[in-house]
Write a protein that binds this ligand. Structure first.
Ligand code: NAP
Length: 236
């Protein structure tokens, strides 16, 4: 049976990853900051007959990451999906991410959650991934990180965090070869979630089914690439 670990599983893209992998028969390790209040996720887990389990994991809290990893010591994880992320600023408040008025505290928090968090999760779960059949670590990045296609400024905290994340994806594709682990970075599309807002043109289920198709076809020796949710390559 395929086992998938998802961070930020309580809403948005993470919740839909849980729903679709669960419907597909996978075993899902759903991690989020507050399982107690994650009503929709709890409903999904209840309907899964024990295949979806909830774990408390704030990716900016090393102790919580290590504690889940310890609890799942003997588990093998086919797909580790680093989905949890923050924008750092709101789309309605773009000036907080603009040159001259950046909120530095929020920038530091954005780096902790979007960069250090996924890296820590990778370090903590490398053994569980290396024991699995598929051995793939997925990172949810964004087109806003792309240096090649950048045509406007602003959103420095978010853009810089996800550009750094992409660097990790490429670097880890080299470092983790010795564990036979591969990596993949996604632009999920501009999607209707709390972060993407209702103005986004793409529905959550389309983004997730697109990424799941890419993941299922991302077989060895493929590794270390940046890909759009529809399968087309994205420029770094
Ligand atoms: N939606 C888009 O258009 C879009 C586009 C490009 C990239 N992305 C990326 O896709 C991923 C998911 O975004 P989304 O649209 O689903 O956003 P969302 O609706 O705002 O959901 C964000 C998720 O991340 C979790 N999270 C935030 N900080 C966390 C932390 N410290 N530890 C653990 N979980 C944390 C949230 O949990 P809480 O409920 O506890 O806050 C929530 O589950 C993000 O990495 C985002 O950057 C989204």
């Amino acid at each position: 049976m395929t086992t998938v670990l998802i961070t930020g599983a309580n809403r948005g893209l993470g919740l839909e990853f849980v729903r679709q992998y669960q419907n597909d028969g996978a075993e899902v390790i759903a991690c989020c900051r507050n399982p107690e209040t994650a009503e929709e996720l709890k409903r999904l887990a209840t309907s899964s007959h024990g295949r979806t389990t909830l774990y408390q994991m704030d990716v900016s809290k090393p102790k919580e990451i290590l504690s889940v990893s310890k609890e799942l010591n003997d588990c093998s994880i086919d797909y580790l999906i680093n989905n949890a992320g923050i924008l750092g600023t709101k789309f309605e408040e773009p000036m907080k991410g603009a040159f001259g008025s950046v909120d530095y505290e929020s920038w530091e928090e954005t780096l902790r959650v979007n960069v250090l968090g996924p890296f820590r999760v990778c370090e903590a779960f490398v053994n569980q991934v290396s024991q699995s059949q598929n051995r793939l670590i997925v990172f949810i990045s964004t087109h806003m990180s792309s240096i090649t296609s950048l045509t406007e400024g602003g959103f420095y905290p978010y853009r810089s965090s996800k550009a750094a994340l992409n660097l990790l994806v490429k670097g880890l594709s080299i470092d983790l070869k010795e564990h036979d682990i591969r990596t993949l970075s996604f632009h999920p599309g501009w999607v209707k979630t709390d972060m993407g807002t209702n103005a986004a043109p793409i529905e959550i289920d389309d983004s997730i089914s697109g990424m799941r198709k890419v993941i299922s076809e991302y077989t060895p020796p493929k590794t270390g690439e940046f890909i759009n949710y529809d399968g087309t390559p994205y420029p770094w």
